[in-house]
Design a protein around this ligand. Sequence first.
Ligand code: GLA
Length: 401
Amino acid sequence: MRHIGLTILAALLFLAAGAQKAPKLAQTPPMGWNSWNIYACDINEKLVKEVAKAMVDRGLKDAGYEYVVIDDCWHGERDSLGFISADPEKFPSGIKALADYVHSLGLKFGIYSDAGWETCGGHPGSRGHEYQDAMKYAEWGVDYLKYDWCNTEGLAAEGAYLTMREALAASGRPILLSICEWGDNDPWLWAQDIGHMWRTTGDIYDEFYGELDHGTWSSWGILNILDMQEGLREYAGPGHWNDPDMMEVGNAMSVNEDRAHFSMWCMIAAPLIAGTDIQNATEEAVEILTNEEAIAVNQDKLGIQGFKHSAADSLEIWYKPLADGDWAVCFLNRDAADKEVNYNWKEIDVVDDFANRETKFNKNEYEIRDLWKHKNLGTTEKTLNAVVPSHDVLMLRLSMK
Ligand code: GLA
C-alpha cells in the first residue's frame, strides 16, 4: 500500500515538473549591451565589470537595459574532455565570477559562440560540443547566447540552430538564443520557435549611410541596414524579433544621426543592444540611449514592428501601431538638407492590414507628443508644421483623445 502511494506521489511530481513551462523570454525586444562594436577582441573581465557598473550608474539599467553580453574572443582552450574555459589572461577569475558580479548588480549575463568549428575571430566554436557548451554556460549562470555562423561549411543553418536550442533547453537554465547568421538563410522563415531574435543583415558600422568593403564581405551603415528590413515585419513578434544588429549610438556619428538611428531601431521593434563605450559616452549619447518615451515605443506590449508609410524627397514617414489605440510616427530625414514638414493628418489614412489597425484621422482625434522634446504638440485636428533637421527625426506618439 505504502509502495503504491509513493509511486503515485512520484508520478505526480514528475507530471508537475513536466507541466512547469520554461519562462517565456523576450516578450518585448531584448535590451542590453554587447562588447563587439566598441571593443572587438579587446575585452577582459575588469573592463566588462566596469561597463556593467556604468550601466547602473549612468541610468541604462533603470531605462530597461538588462543583458551584458561579451562577444567573440573570451575563449581559452578546450580541455581533454572537450569542455571550454575562458582565456586565463583576460578572464583570470573565470566566467562564473563575472556572471555572478553582473547578477549582483541586478543585470543578466550573455556570452558568444559559433555554430562552426571556429568563431569568426578564430576561437573554438561549438560544433560537436553543443551540449557540453550549453552545460557550461548554465553552470556559469549565462542568460543569453549569441550564436554566430563563421566556419560552418557543410552545416545547414536551421538544423545547427535547432541543435543549440535543444542543448540550451537540456541545460535546464532559461537562456535567450540570439541567432547570428546575417540573414543568409532567411531565418525569419524558420527561426520563430528556435531563437528569440535573428540577425537580418551583415554587420553594422558607425556611419549613417555607407558600405565598408572587407573583401569577401561588407559592413553596412545605419540607413543601409534599415532599408534591408523591408518585407520582414510580419515575421517579428513577442518572443521572436528581427535583429538589425547592435547599435552604434555614441560611437562616431553626429548627435542627430545617433538620435535618428536609435529612433528607427525603436520604430522597427529591434532588440536594443547598445554597442557603446558606456563609461566614456557623452551625456547626449546616454540621453539618447535612455529616452524612456522612445524606449516605450520599442517595448510596447503589442510587439508590432513599424513600417514605412510614405517616402518622398528623402523624407520617410514611419508608423508603428501601439497598445490601446496609440501610434508612433517618425519622420526620418535622410537628406543633407533640413526639411520642412506640413502634414495635414486629415488628408491621410494609415491602414495597417498586418496589425488590423487604421488611424482614421478624419474620425479620430489624437493628442500629439514629441518624444525627443518631451512636450505635447496639440492634436491631429491641425496641420503639423515642423522642420526636421538633416539626418534627424521628428518622433511622435499619437494618443486617441
Ligand atoms: C560576426 C558577427 C559580429 C561579431 C563578430 C565577432 O561578424 O556578425 O556581430 O560577433 O562576428 O567575431
